[in-house]
Design a protein around this ligand. Structure first.
Ligand SMILES: *[C@@H]1O[C@H](CO)[C@@H](O)[C@H](O)[C@H]1NC(C)=O
Ligand SMILES: *[C@@H]1O[C@H](CO)[C@@H](O)[C@H](O)[C@H]1NC(C)=O
Ligand SMILES: [Cu+2]
Length: 413
């Protein structure tokens, strides 16, 4: 068991803060194996902004009750104790044992409640991945999943995230993927898996296989049955789905290619520069997707794709069915954290910004996603997650600390 120490985040005192003021500090354990990286330090440095923003908003609007004191705290996987990790894993296994709520005629392949989330992501892929919706709709999706774990499976914690940098040196032997009972399952067995094509010019048009790609044989998800998909997957030796929309029943194992080369494109320096070098929302969005390609960059895929293909395989490498790998929620949790840190650099000007109305580019390889929207249309846009979460206004998802009338209320530590 790894030791745990309690570190009080040293909040950087801004000019606005008088020393006598009592400052909020999260009292959460950290894993001493992982010193804070540049992104963690950036996160610490924004906490005074978060505090000032939340209290200013509370004065302006007494209808939301979200404060730093009552906000949920989403933590990094290896900062959780082994017992906390096991309780998270049990909740995911529970979700995989509950009956689905999605309609049988639309999603005959959904075997359980976990699959409902996969089916949502598959059937609503266009809505979830348009430039205007990518950040906010995924925020809502992760939040709905966390809610299901808590309300339907009695989980008492919150959705953990995966700080890629902690594992980038050796992801296969990391607390995320080492195949132990406190990991999110092991790597896939060796297979014919070639890797994942990328929408970049040669030689960056492929994230080559790291040697896995076959069935996961160790850890809590070794017996997991993947049913939905594939729809766009790149793994050649799996049977096609009986339905062209991928929603039919296609029982098979969970496959992964835990990939160090891909993870290198999501190291802390990439994440850090994505956040701090792009004050404009569309520039931030483009960089998150790796575009335009930086000169001389040997891992140019953007933290979004780099984090996805650090897992790869089936369904993790499938654009549509990727939430069918339980690690998806850790990756998109990290991406949500990155967006929040970006917003909180300058909350007054950034919280209400939505990408996709000016210079944003479609996801590499997914040019069909609706590109640039009118600003006025964004105000009316609705995010509806069907059988996983009700329709809400897109712009109500921007505020992590009090959005949706106070239902969104969490920070990352
Ligand atoms: C991150 O660091 C690596 C290794 O030093 C370097 O190759 C890469 O270009 C850096 N990327 C960015 C965006 O700074
Ligand atoms: C106050 O919060 C409610 C619920 O989130 C929101 O609809 C309303 O626009 C907010 N008012 C102001 C002045 O921010
Ligand atoms: Cu997605």
């Amino acid at each position: 068991m790894r030791g745990q120490t309690v570190i009080h985040l040293s909040l950087l005192a801004g000019a606005w803060a008088s020393p006598a003021q009592k400052r909020w500090t999260p009292n959460v354990p950290r894993n001493p194996d992982y010193p804070l990286d540049v992104v963690d330090q950036l996160e610490e440095s924004i906490m005074p902004n978060v505090e000032a923003w939340v209290s200013k908003r509370a004065v302006a609007n007494s209808t939301t009750s979200c404060t730093l004191e009552n906000a949920a705290i989403r933590r990094e996987w290896s900062d959780l104790t082994p017992e906390e990790r096991k309780s998270y894993i049990s909740a995911v296994l529970c979700l995989q044992s509950l009956p689905p709520k999605s309609p049988r005629d639309t999603v005959p392949g959904a075997q359980n409640r976990f699959d409902d989330f996969v089916a949502t992501h598959m059937t609503m892929a266009g809505m979830l991945h348009s430039p205007t919706n990518l950040f906010a709709a995924h925020r809502y999706f992760i939040w709905a999943y966390e809610k299901a774990l808590r309300e339907e499976c009695g989980y008492e914690g919150y959705q953990p995230y995966m700080n890629y940098d902690r594992y980038a040196d050796d992801p296969i032997n990391s607390p995320m993927f080492d195949g132990s009972e406190t990991s999110m399952g092991g790597n896939g067995a060796p297979s014919e898996y070639a890797g994942v094509p990328q929408g970049f010019p040669k030689p960056y048009n492929m994230i080559p296989s790291a040697g896995g790609g076959g069935c996961v044989t160790e850890g809590p998800f070794k017996d997991m049955i993947v049913s939905l998909g594939p729809k766009s997957t790149i793994v050649s030796d799996i049977p096609p789905n009986p339905q062209s929309d991928g929603l039919g029943s296609n029982p098979r194992c969970l496959r992964r290619d835990v990939n160090q080369f891909s993870a290198a494109g999501a190291r802390a320096n990439y994440t850090y520069s994505t956040i701090v070098d792009n004050p404009d929302i569309d520039a931030f969005y483009n960089r998150y997707l790796g575009q335009p390609q930086l000169k001389g960059d040997t891992h140019p895929w953007g933290i979004h794709n780099a984090g996805h293909y650090m897992i790869g395989g089936d369904p993790g490498g499938d654009f549509f069915a990727s939430p069918g790998d339980p690690a998806f929620y850790f990756h998109h949790g990290m991406l949500d954290r990155v967006w929040w840190i970006w917003q909180m650099q300058d909350p007054e000007n950034r919280v209400d910004k939505v990408p996709g109305t000016s210079t944003s580019m479609p996801m590499p390889g997914h040019g069909g996603m609706k590109m640039v929207a009118k600003r006025e249309d964004v105000q009316d846009a609705v995010v509806d997650l069907g059988w996983t979460a009700p329709a809400v206004r897109l712009v109500d998802l921007n505020e992590q600390m009090g959005g949706l009338g106070g239902k969104l209320c969490y920070i990352y530590v």
